[in-house]
Design a protein around this ligand. Structure first.
Ligand code: NAD
Ligand code: ZN
Length: 368
């Protein structure tokens, strides 16, 4: 096998437990009291800031007096510095270590919960663990409760953070990053705005076709990707993509996509999307859609499918976002894309540099 593509994952770790189904959020108190076997202590809740003002979710969490609640802003995706600051703040507010961490929200919130659990367990700074298998100990017991579907963050062995010094958008890839428990409650995604539901949902679709179109394959991952793609098509071809059934289907697709990608790699879309996030600050889901719109030469069928889904659902995928960029900005986009050696090798082979030359990459961005 190509060395670059050795994931080091030969003995796959999935989430230890999950409950799927409407209103399974109600099981959280029982889960925390029966399955969390750590020393006594409090729980830290990371909750998407949307729920601070909206709905009753926060009242449905079994928060006790000694627990901490941190509302996670989703204005920007997490940076390593932000994770360090949040971690120090959380530890400074209590004299004891937390016993459990609960993340309730989208990819940003779930990744924040995973990163802070790891950091509390291992010490040091978040950037020390950006890469593969750099953590030496498990973190704090952690429960993931997604409220929007698509990234697969609930299932993967990473938590994505941008390092402001190196510009690297890279996670803590480790078995220790995997959640101990998931509550997959499709009721929770009912309030997601339609366009955000589409952009994030398409992440599952993109993960799975990129994995299937790559050279680094495994049969179980393939089976999960095929099933997840089928579910995504059902959702995005439906007249009511946010019906109860479709929200449940997308939640399953997201989970399966996350499991699939954990033992494989994405392809060309994600490196371009990462470029858009790092240089222009665009969020992951929308950046993926913008990138795929300009990558028909690599993924014709899926590009056409995205067009068809967006047309049918009347979702706008922004255009001309690179229209007036400087030469410096294009150079930064090139660098932030080409650095993703593993997915690009997976998709295009070891000589991907010869295909994605500087000029070619800039040309592709100029179409976005
Ligand atoms: P997000 O966390 O960026 O949230 C998107 C928006 O949806 C936010 O405004 C949020 O407040 C809102 N939202 C979430 N749930 C809602 C609800 N139920 N009702 C109303 N609004 C709701 O969403 P995302 O697209 O899931 O996550 C993107 C992040 O995930 C990025 O930081 C990306 O890097 C990361 N990611 C991680 C992995 C991984 O394996 N760890 C994989 C892919 C992406
Ligand atoms: Zn993704």
């Amino acid at each position: 096998m190509n060395k670059v593509l050795d994931t080091g994952v030969n003995n796959v770790r999935n989430v230890s437990r999950y409950i799927f189904g409407q209103n399974c959020l109600a099981k959280l108190a029982e889960i925390l009291s029966t399955h969390c076997t750590g020393p006594t202590g409090h729980t830290v809740y990371f909750v998407d800031s949307y729920f601070r003002e909206n709905g009753s979710l926060i009242d449905r969490l079994p928060i006790e007096e000694s627990d901490q609640v941190v509302f996670v802003s989703t204005v920007d995706e997490p940076t390593t510095d932000l994770i360090d600051t949040m971690c120090a703040q959380i530890l400074s507010e209590r004299s004891t270590m937390p016993r459990a961490i609960v993340g309730v929200g989208g990819g940003i919130t779930l990744d924040t919960a995973k990163a802070i659990s790891n950091l509390i367990g291992n010490g040091g700074r978040a950037e020390d663990y950006q890469g593969w298998d750099l953590l030496s100990k498990p973190g704090v017991y952690k429960v993931g409760i997604p409220t929007i579907s698509g990234t697969g963050a609930e299932a993967t062995r990473t938590c994505v953070m941008t390092n402001p010094r190196t510009g690297a958008k890279l996670g803590m890839n480790s078995d220790f990053t995997v959640f101990d428990q998931l509550l997959l409650d499709p009721d929770l995604s009912a309030t997601v705005p339609r366009d955000q539901y589409f952009y994030t949902g398409m992440d599952a679709y993109i993960h799975c076709f990129e994995a299937l179109r790559g050279s680094h394959r495994n049969v179980i991952g393939d089976a999960m990707s095929i099933q997840a793609l089928d579910l995504c098509r059902q959702v995005f071809k439906s007249d009511q993509m946010m019906s109860d059934v479709n929200r449940a289907n997308l939640m399953v697709a997201s989970y399966l996509g996350g499991c699939a990608i954990a033992t494989s790699y994405v392809g060309v879309v994600h490196p371009f999307s990462a470029g858009l996030s790092v240089v222009l600050g665009l969020h992951h889901g929308i950046a993926n859609c913008i990138a795929l719109m300009a990558l028909s030469e690599f993924y014709k069928e899926e590009h056409d499918q995205l067009h068809a889904f967006a047309d049918q659902q009347e979702i706008d995928v922004p255009k001309d976002i690179c229209a007036n960029l400087s030469e410096d900005a294009f150079e930064n986009l090139y660098k932030a894309t080409i650095v993703h050696e593993k997915p690009l090798t997976n998709a295009l082979g070891a000589d991907f540099h010869n295909i994605l030359t500087r000029e070619k990459v800039k040309q592709i961005f100029s179409r976005m």
